[in-house]
Design a protein around this ligand. Structure first.
Ligand SMILES: C[S@@+](CC[C@H](N)C(=O)[O-])C[C@H]1O[C@@H](n2cnc3c(N)ncnc32)[C@H](O)[C@@H]1O
Ligand code: SF4
Length: 452
């Protein structure tokens, strides 16, 4: 069911993506390294043995700049950056191992970027095998990586598959040559097909494509063509992201600004893309995410078992996510921490006797309660609002919720909120009505991308 144009306009405002609560710009930065170590130990003792630990490893280097990109990356062709970075990652992991009070049990590893495949296979082999040395792996562990289709080789796929990786996510964005030229990312269909076929031959069980709507020169016609190419390759999952335009943080985005679709054209692109995905047999799992009906993500959605962390939706329930690498974020249930973004500063911290934490946040009891409300809304479309939260909502927030109910985006039933199908389109705005930290910090004028 489509959201009428006037409602799209009304609710198309800036809102966080809620991969954490509180969102990173609203963290209190009230943690020092020794408190962090204590909390890691506590979380490990409580949750480490049962659910295991998930690890996110940020590999920030890319060979060339895609001008639309909003990720933490460093563009370089210098091979000399590889060795010191891998050493730093392993030094950082060893610091965690010293804190853990037992053998770590690994529930998941995700290599993100930047471009993990910037590193030749033997670097990745050394990194992962050293990391797994002395660790246990849970029976249903998930190992995945982000691969750039242009430089993911058969050897990369094989090396990682031999190490237990069976999920790969390819950044596609769009197949149209004009769009690709504008975003400085030439990526022929044949390369994507080769990378996809190779993964399948090797036994990868889950292939994800990232696609974006709202890019320069995109029209419903170009999008139709892109989706018919996607259909030929039939990935198991598709992330269909809204293009985030934040030129103050990513000035290269200015290069194509005048070719961007208008807000209403962008919304048409989304509706068109979404309807094609549904026709192609994909199920809408949650905000931006689609998967085939028998994919574990769809099954988790159907069973109410979806979770959300810094990497988006996941089936993994682990409460401990350790982020390794420059700019990586860790979530250990009781606290969040983000590493130094500057690569050589990150390296020099972890090669000394300390973590590289640049900012952090200790979760209050109320933060933990609000986080659960937001997780339930975004993952299950249904949340009970505990009194600790409802009694703190401002008149403005309550009025907006009533307004949203009138507009058919949600239903309020005593202390329960149910999000409707059209409501999922503006789920970020719905969640933000319960974001007590955002309401308290209105004056901070934090910048988020627009919902649509
Ligand atoms: C960190 S990138 C890594 C992927 C890999 N480096 C590649 O390019 O193939 C992960 C995904 O973030 C998404 N992304 C990056 N910049 C974005 C932006 N400005 N708006 C929306 N999504 C974006 C893209 O879909 C991209 O595939
Ligand atoms: S989209 Fe991927 S390859 Fe391109 S600059 Fe961003 S992280 Fe690097």
């Amino acid at each position: 069911m489509q959201l009428p144009a006037e409602l799209l306009k009304k609710y198309n405002s800036q809102a966080p993506r809620y991969t954490s609560y509180p969102t990173v710009p609203l963290w209190e930065n009230n943690l020092d390294t020794s408190e962090w170590s204590e909390l890691v130990k506590k979380a490990f003792q409580e949750f480490g043995s049962e659910e295991g630990i998930s690890i996110y490893i940020h590999l920030p280097f890319c060979e060339s700049l895609c001008t639309y990109c909003g990720c933490n990356k460093r563009i370089t062709k210098n091979n000399g950056v590889k060795d010191p970075y891998i050493q730093a990652l392993l030094a950082e992991w060893n610091k965690y191992k010293l804190i853990f009070t037992g053998k770590p049990k690994i529930a998941g590893i995700h290599l993100g970027g930047g471009t993990p495949t910037f590193f030749e296979p033997f670097y990745l082999q050394h990194l992962i095998s050293s990391l797994l040395d002395g660790a246990e792996i849970t029976t249903n562990a998930e190992f995945s990586f982000e691969g750039h289709p242009n430089n993911t080789t058969f050897e990369h796929l094989k090396t990682l598959h031999d190490l237990g990786f069976d999920r790969v996510s390819y950044g596609i964005q769009d197949f149209d040559v004009r769009v690709q030229t504008a975003i400085h990312r030439m990526q022929p269909f044949e390369k994507v097909k080769h990378a996809t076929d190779s993964a399948r031959i090797l036994g990868y069980t889950s292939i994800n494509y990232d696609l974006i709507y709202g890019l320069p020169h995109q029209t419903v016609e170009t999008m139709g063509e892109t989706f018919s190419k996607v259909y030929q390759l039939r990935p198991d999952r598709i992330a269909f992201y809204s293009y985030a335009h934040l030129t103050s943080a990513f000035p290269a985005q200015k290069s194509f600004e005048k070719f961007l679709p208008s807000d209403s054209e962008k919304s048409d692109l989304y509706e068109f893309g979404r309807s094609l995905l549904l026709k192609m047999g994909y199920v809408e799992v949650g905000m931006d995410h689609f998967a085939l009906p028998n994919d574990p993500l769809t099954l988790a959605k159907n069973n109410g078992d979806l979770h959300r962390n810094f990497m988006g939706y996941t089936t993994l329930p682990s409460k401990i996510l350790i982020g390794l690498g420059a700019s990586s974020i860790s979530d250990i249930y009781y606290a969040y921490a983000q590493n130094e973004k500057h690569i050589s500063k990150y390296e020099s911290f972890v090669m000394k006797d300390t973590f590289a934490i640049q900012k952090g946040h200790f979760q209050t009891k109320l933060d933990i309660i609000v986080r659960e409300v937001i997780q339930n809304l975004i993952c299950r479309k249904l949340a009970r609002i505990p009194r600790e939260v409802s009694e703190r909502l401002s008149d403005d927030q309550l009025m907006t919720l009533k307004d949203m109910e009138k507009d058919g985006l949600l239903a309020i039933n005593d202390d329960e909120i149910t999000v409707s199908e059209p409501g999922m389109k503006v789920i970020r705005n719905i969640c933000s009505q319960f974001d007590l930290r955002l309401a308290e910090n209105q004056s901070k004028k934090v910048l988020f991308s627009k919902t649509i």
